[in-house]
Design a protein around this ligand. Structure first.
Ligand code: XMP
Length: 512
């Protein structure tokens, strides 16, 4: 195992960001719930530092999350508390934490810094940091000393002079607006914890391939490909480890983008994957006939997918493992305010149990951008790596009302014009996701001297970083005009194009 920095999650919204920042320093980090620290286990040997995250709670809440800090400090591993993490230290060891006079949010400057504090090496007074806290530390425990202050916050950072190697900061170094935040985290992880900075896509590939070979031996593995980046990278990685012992199954439900099944299948074959393309579209269209309710559509597609995949997988009689492209954000056990642990989800729900297969998830430690970096390091083509997210049920959730082959064909043409236009105009990589929605309305138009009464489509393009929130993309008017023209001129049966200007929330990215 590589050296790692452990981030104990007390439920802050920025916990994942701390993990990302540490990884950006090429240091492996793991986020674990605050109450799952492996005290005293052999695993401790790999842990070179611990960061305590912020929390929506106050240390005075009766249900506040607490840990055995004395035991943690006694191990001698450096510890950095951020916001709630720092307050918990102060509160536990006899300092004072009180509600801030006014809640302290936003920009602040560290106008006094202890030049001898290793956490602030190379950070000059005046550095901008970002505050976000309702409580504030008003007295430090005995033996702790102030390391930095702002105009309003005397104990913006502190160092425990006597109790092990312990630091706390009231501000959030992990957020973008803390200009010295990366430097501070580097000072902690590298300067104080002694991290080697050897976590990279290449080192990940090398160690994962070795691990996969050791774990899988000569076993057969099945993997469901979707055309998306996660399952594709997982397949290429496994292929490098076990070659033809990996069988990939790529199911065509008939609702992919224009030419996508054939194109992606060819890409997979060029990558040397042992892949079976399965055209199951007849079954999906038959089962969807007459169905208009969005949830029922999704359920039918999900159940059909499992049935088809299961049938195909059973043809590989000696398979022992099911591989999936699950990534880190799917796996992190995040805490709700009540402390309930939300378990990870799996992409192909229920399949491993049903098929009596063991689960193999080689990307479960990676964030999305790291998956892309691994894909590049594996030599995968850029268009597979930068591909927009696409929903599992495909165009079925972009056709409002009943899904038919004829409607899919119309939508594929309109979608192709939009996506191709985005690529040609250099806009494809500037948006998170884009597509066209076929609306269940017809409207009157005029083409030549003829009255038309045809369908309307909506273009949807959004910017986002994680699909949890999204804004509509402010695409140039000239671009939208040319796409609209091309769709109306070329796609038979469409005479009107709209642009969806809803953000998420309150709308969602998909219409169904
Ligand atoms: P919404 O519409 O909820 O979508 O804002 C958020 C992101 O999830 C994608 N999406 C899906 N992906 N299976 C998937 O693999 C699905 O059933 C599904 N539904 C939505 C959507 O395209 C967007 O990226």
């Amino acid at each position: 195992m590589p050296q790692k920095i452990v981030i104990l999650d007390f439920g802050s919204q920025t916990t994942q960001l701390i993990g990302r920042r540490v990884r950006e320093l090429n240091i492996y980090s793991e986020i674990i719930p605050y109450n799952k620290y492996p005290y005293g286990r052999e695993a401790d040997e790999d842990i070179i530092g611990v960061i305590l995250s912020g929390s929506p709670l106050s240390v005075y809440d009766p249900e506040a999350f607490r840990i055995d800090l004395e035991r943690l400090f006694a191990a001698g591993i450096p510890v950095l508390g951020i916001c709630y993490g720092a307050q918990l230290m102060a509160h536990t060891f006899g300092g004072k934490v009180e509600p801030a006079g006014s809640r302290e949010y936003g920009r602040a400057r560290l106008n006094e810094i202890d030049a001898d504090c290793p956490l602030f090496a190379g950070i000059a007074p005046g550095a901008q940091v970002w505050m976000s806290h309702g409580d504030t530390i008003t007295a430090l425990p005995d033996g702790y000393k102030v390391a930095a202050s702002t105009a309003d916050v005397r104990y913006a950072a502190f160092q425990a002079a006597t109790a092990g190697r312990v630091w706390g900061v009231q501000f959030h170094p992990e957020v973008f607006h803390s200009e010295c935040g990366m430097k501070l985290l580097e000072n902690f992880a590298v300067g104080i914890c002694g991290a080697r900075r050897d976590w990279s896509a290449e080192s990940f590939i090398e160690s994962t391939v070795a691990e996969l070979r050791a774990t899988l031996g000569n076993d057969r593995v099945i993997l469901g490909l979707s055309g998306g980046v996660d399952s594709s990278v997982a397949a290429v990685l496994l292929n490098r480890a076990i070659g033809s012992n990996l069988t990939c199954i790529f199911v065509d439900h008939g609702m992919l983008r224009k030419n996508e099944f054939a194109d992606v299948l060819r890409d997979y074959e060029c990558l040397g994957l042992n892949v079976r393309g399965v055209d199951a579209s007849d079954k999906f269209f038959a089962d969807l006939a007459g169905v208009t309710d969005p949830e029922r559509k999704r359920k039918i597609i999900g159940a059909d997918f499992i049935e088809v995949f299961d049938r195909e997988a059973h043809k590989i009689t000696d398979a022992r493992w099911l591989a999936q492209g699950t990534i880190y954000p799917d796996c992190i056990e995040s805490l709700s305010i009540t402390g309930t642990v939300i378990k990870s989800h799996h992409n192909v729900g229920g399949l491993p149990e049903k098929m009596n297969l063991r689960l193999c998830e080689p990307l479960r430690l990676l964030f999305k951008d790291e998956v892309r970096a691994v894909g590049r390091a594996l030599g995968m083509p850029e268009h597979l790596i930068t591909r927009h997210p696409f929903p599992g049920p495909g165009l079925a959730v972009r056709i409002l009302g009943e899904v038919t082959r004829e409607k899919v064909a119309v939508l594929q043409e309109a979608d192709h014009i939009f996506i191709d236009g985005l690529r040609r105009s250099g806009l494809y990589d500037k948006v998170w996701q884009a597509g066209v929605i076929l609306l269940p309305v017809q409207s009157v138009g005029v083409m030549g001297d003829e009255r038309t009464y045809e369908r309307a489509v909506a273009l949807r393009a959004v910017t986002s970083t994680d699909a949890m929130t999204a804004d509509w993309a402010h695409l140039p008017y000239d671009f939208m005009a040319s796409v609209s023209n091309e769709i109306i001129n070329k796609v038979c049966g469409v005479n009107r194009v709209c642009y969806d200007i809803s953000s998420k929330p309150p709308a969602t990215i998909e219409w169904e």
